[in-house]
Design a binder for this molecule. Structure first.
Ligand SMILES: Nc1nc2c(ncn2[C@@H]2O[C@H](COP(=O)(O)OP(=O)(O)OP(=O)(O)O)[C@@H](O)[C@H]2O)c(=O)[nH]1
Ligand SMILES: [Mg+2]
Length: 388
């Protein structure tokens, strides 16, 4: 090394630096190259990913402000007093045809046998049922005879009075909110065939009760489908009621038991137990309902068993009412979907069949579309329409 001239050392050093630099540059570019083919596919997948990412990214700033109040987003229901007045137009839209038809017949020039038969058919067609139809027609015939004259106002009064009598205005239609034992929450069982509106009604009742200052726990004793418990939970979170649920296939009686226990532990006023829909001719399922009630009553007696009947099912509803009544003593009827039928006469028939009052009527799918049943408003909607 000592023999090498200085200039040669310098040349070698420059050459080493130059080659080294070139190599580094080469490997850098090489290293960069494979990235590109990799990033390409990533770039290509981006268009797919983007639509997912972007709306989220865009939505976020919007949902954020909403998300904050969303947690305590317990809705404030419309006042319960006078609900039927507010919903009366829905009743009269379908049921006013009955009143109009009857008034037209009663104003006929000659009230002969044919006309009375038509009056009878009109009442039967509105699901009033044979017993009450016969009674109403008999009384109308007698009173028209005594009256002699028949002014429209007089006929209206007659009809109003007879329908009112048939609807048994003296029934106590208040929902039980006090436990019969005087201790713990009042348990309300909600029963009925598939799709009659039980879960919706539980949610709507919870809203009504909470609006009136009660605390409510709901039990998801429909364990056939997970969706049933979810549906109830959605209602619970909207109205501010705790929901007791278990997994799909759990024993409905033990869910009901737990719900009542939770209600008692939390000092709730009312426990609403939503049950699975069951056809009245399925003996096993009807027995199960009896068991749910018995198991609940190991803690305290059930305060109320509400049968939810779809008003559009007509006379079949009466058969349901009878069988459910045999399994668990029904204390009140909720007649749903009255907004979708002109057969409001089913109220008369069902009360006659069961000997228990229609306490609530469903007049739509909205959360406040459940009203306490009021005879005066109901008859008014039939006879006078919306203006009465
Ligand atoms: N128009 C109208 N629809 C109603 C009324 N009550 C309930 N519904 C609708 O009826 C359908 C069934 O209601 P649910 O509450 O799920 O009935 P369910 O009895 O719990 O059904 P299952 O649990 O499957 O037996 C839903 O679409 C409700 O929105 C009502 O008073 N009027
Ligand atoms: Mg249900």
């Amino acid at each position: 090394m000592n023999d090498l001239p200085v200039w040669l050392i310098v040349v070698i050093a420059v050459a080493v630096v130059a080659v080294g630099g070139a190599l580094i540059a080469y490997f850098r570019s090489k290293a960069a190259e494979p990235v590109e083919p990799e990033t390409r596919p990533q770039v290509e997948t981006k268009p797919e990913a983007e639509p997912e990412v972007e709306p989220e990214a865009e939505a976020e700033p919007e949902t954020r402000p909403e998300a904050a109040p969303a947690a305590p987003e317990v809705e404030t229901p419309a006042p319960t007093a006078g609900r039927l007045v507010r919903l009366r137009s829905r009743l009269s839209r379908s049921n006013n045809a009955l009143g109009k038809g009857l008034l037209a017949l009663l104003s006929s020039d000659k009230l002969d046998e044919d006309v009375w038969e038509e009056v009878e058919d009109t009442l039967l067609g509105a699901d009033v049922g044979i017993t009450d139809t016969t009674r109403i027609v008999e009384r109308l015939r007698e009173r028209v005879k005594v009256l002699g004259t028949r002014s429209p106002a007089e006929l209206r009064t007659l009809l109003t009075e007879e329908l009112t009598v048939a609807l048994e205005p003296d029934f106590d239609r208040a929902l039980a909110t006090v436990s019969p034992s005087g201790e713990g929450p009042a348990t309300i069982m909600v029963v009925g065939v598939n799709g009659s509106g039980k879960t919706t009604t539980c949610g709507k009742i919870a809203r009504v009760l909470i609006a009136d200052g009660h605390t409510v726990v709901m039990g998801a004793a429909d364990t056939f489908r997970a969706a049933a418990a979810e549906q109830l939970e959605t209602w619970g979170s909207r109205v501010g009621a705790a929901v007791v649920r278990r997994g799909e296939g759990a024993d409905p009686a033990s869910v009901a038991f737990d719900a009542v226990k939770a209600g008692a532990d939390e000092g709730a006023d009312v426990v609403l137990v939503d049950t699975a829909g069951r056809l009245q001719n399925k003996t096993g399922l009807m027995d199960e309902l009896g068991k749910v009630k018995r198991v609940i009553e190991k803690q305290s007696p059930v305060a109320e068993t509400l049968l939810v009947l779809d008003a559009t099912t007509g006379q079949n509803g009466l058969q349901q009412a009878k069988v459910f009544g045999e399994v668990c003593r029904i204390t009140g009827v909720v007649l749903t979907k009255l907004d979708g039928t002109a057969k409001g006469g089913i109220v008369i028939a069902v009360q006659r069949q069961l000997g228990v009052p229609v306490k609530l009527v469903g007049l739509g799918e909205g959360p406040d579309d459940l009203a306490p049943f009021e005879v005066g408003e109901f008859v008014g909607a039939i006879v006078d329409g919306t203006e009465g």
